[in-house]
Structures are given as C-alpha cells and as structure tokens.
Design a protein around this ligand. Structure first.
Ligand SMILES: [Fe+2]
Ligand SMILES: [Fe+2]
Length: 289
C-alpha cells in the first residue's frame, strides 16, 4: 500500500504544541496532582492530532528515515550558536494554545528551571533547556510528521504500545516481511544505537549536540519522545545493558518535560545571564546544525 498523496495537509496540527498536549493528556491519569488542569481537547484538536499521527505512522518508513539521515547527516544545513537557534525556534509561536501563548523558549526555560530547582547537576539543567531545539527542523520546512510525535524503531515489528498503532497498517513497511518480525533488520539485544528510530527533533538534536554533552544528556535528548519504551516498557528486546542503565535518566527527565507547563511563566530576561553562562560552558559560539 502506498502512502497517501500530498494533497492532504502535511501540517494538520494548528501548532506543534498540540502534540505535546496530547502526550500530557495521555499520561496524566494516575500521575500526581502536578498534571491536573491541562486543557481538555475539543473535538477539532483531537481530530487534528489523530490526523497528525496517521501521517506520522504512514510516512515514517525505513526508506524515509534513511533519506532524512542522508539529508541532514553529517550536519551541514546551517552553522549557528545555541542562542541563535533558540531565537530561530522562537518563531514557532503557539498561537492556538490557550494554556500558554508563549513561544517554545518558555517551555525550554521552564523545564530547565524545574530541574535546577530540584538541585540536579548542570548538564541536566542544560538538557532541559535544549531538549526540544531539534524542532528547528520545522524552520527547514520539514512537515510536522517529520519533526515531532512519539518516536519508534523502524525496520522491525511495531509495538502495540505505540499510540495509534493501527495506523501502521497503512505504512508500506507493514507489508514487508523482513521488517515485521520481532527483531526485523536488527539482532536481539543489539543496542538502540544500532536501531533506526523514526526521524524527528529527538534524533536530529542528538546528532547536533552529541559531542558537547555527557552520555546521559545524549540519551535524554535522543529518546525523550520514545514513550513506548520509557513509559510503556516496550522494545527491551533491542536494548543492551547500557540502554537499560541510561533509560533511568530518560524516565527521570520525562516529568519535567510533561508537567512544567502549568507553572507560571519564568522571567526569561532575568534568567538569561545564568543560561548564557551555562550554555557557554558546554558549547562553542557556533556549531553545525
Ligand atoms: Fe520534545
Ligand atoms: Fe519538551
């Protein structure tokens, strides 16, 4: 089966934040009071999120992921500093989101501030600040389904723990037997570093920052949207010992990503000197994106 043609909108979400809200809504049940009070979806938002997942699950094929790697790696799209990228990302204002009319930078600083308030080390605070910066892919004209959404391995059987699993039936890889055994094109226990993940802001940013941040930060950035693994415990058959150890960090990070949105907006201007200093301790003035 072929993916649908491009006549349907490639960007069904009115803002990228709709996906993040969907994840919050999905996981707030049973979690602490922190999570209460996020918006209840209207049908229209729900439909657009559904359509977003449909496009994502149909179009993230092994072939697409390989082509995205070829397009962006080695990094050569743009040379800019972290702050330039942050300003660039700031153009992604969430007009439609009634919870926060503030741009992505607020989510970045809020996440970092919550990590800092809990007394975590600098690298962890930095990770909170930068974890979503791979969304600059949107500004390189990538469609939403190639930027955000839950991530999952391609080239092996899709776990039912991946949200909207049923949409995979329309992915051409669903009909390729070599991709639909439990391990697919991989060896059991081969380690996630050897596994192709669906392409988006996580995998992209991991490649941008990996030589500058510690291993734990690399894991958080690379797998923070891999909800099937870090929240549902799926895909352990592809993990090695290092993955299992490092996923503790991914799990520790997740609540900061999900539940800081309801907090009051931080005074970004006032916090800037601290974060400028923090960024300069890990990154040179300019890096490749
Ligand atoms: Fe993210
Ligand atoms: Fe985030």
């Amino acid at each position: 089966m072929q993916p649908p043609d491009d006549t349907s909108s490639q960007n069904p979400l009115s803002s990228l934040g709709d996906w993040d809200d969907d994840v919050r809504n999905r996981y707030q049940e049973g979690d602490s009071d922190q999570s209460k009070g996020f918006r209840d979806y209207g049908d229209q938002v729900r439909d657009s999120v559904r359509e977003f997942y449909r496009q994502n699950h149909i179009r993230q094929t092994v072939e697409f992921v390989r082509s995205a790697h070829e397009k962006y790696l080695p990094l050569r799209t743009r040379r800019m500093g972290i702050w330039q990228a942050m300003e660039y990302l700031n153009e992604l204002v969430d007009d439609s989101d009634p919870d926060t009319e503030l741009p992505q930078i607020i989510h970045a600083v809020q996440t970092a501030e919550a990590i800092r308030a809990d007394g975590h080390p600098d690298w962890f605070v930095l990770t909170g600040l930068i974890h979503d910066m791979g969304k600059v892919l949107c500004l390189f004209d990538e469609p939403q389904w190639a930027v955000t959404g839950d991530t999952f391995p391609v080239g092996c059987r899709y776990s039912e723990a991946v949200v909207y699993h049923e949409f995979f039936q329309e992915n051409p890889d669903w009909h390729d037997e070599s991709y639909q055994t439990v391990n697919g094109i991989y060896e059991a226990g081969c380690g996630l570093d050897n596994v192709l993940m669906s392409w988006g802001h996580d995998e992209y940013l991991y490649n941008v920052v990996k030589e500058f941040v510690p291993r734990e930060a690399q894991y958080i950035i690379r797998y923070h949207s891999f909800y099937a693994a870090h929240r549902e415990g799926a895909y352990t058959h592809l993990m090695n010992d290092e993955d299992r150890e490092m996923f503790h960090c991914v799990r520790e990070f997740n609540p900061y990503d999900l539940y800081t949105k309801s907090n009051a907006a931080p005074d970004v201007e006032k916090l800037m000197p601290f974060y400028r200093d923090l960024v300069s301790r890990f990154f040179p003035d300019e890096i490749w994106w």
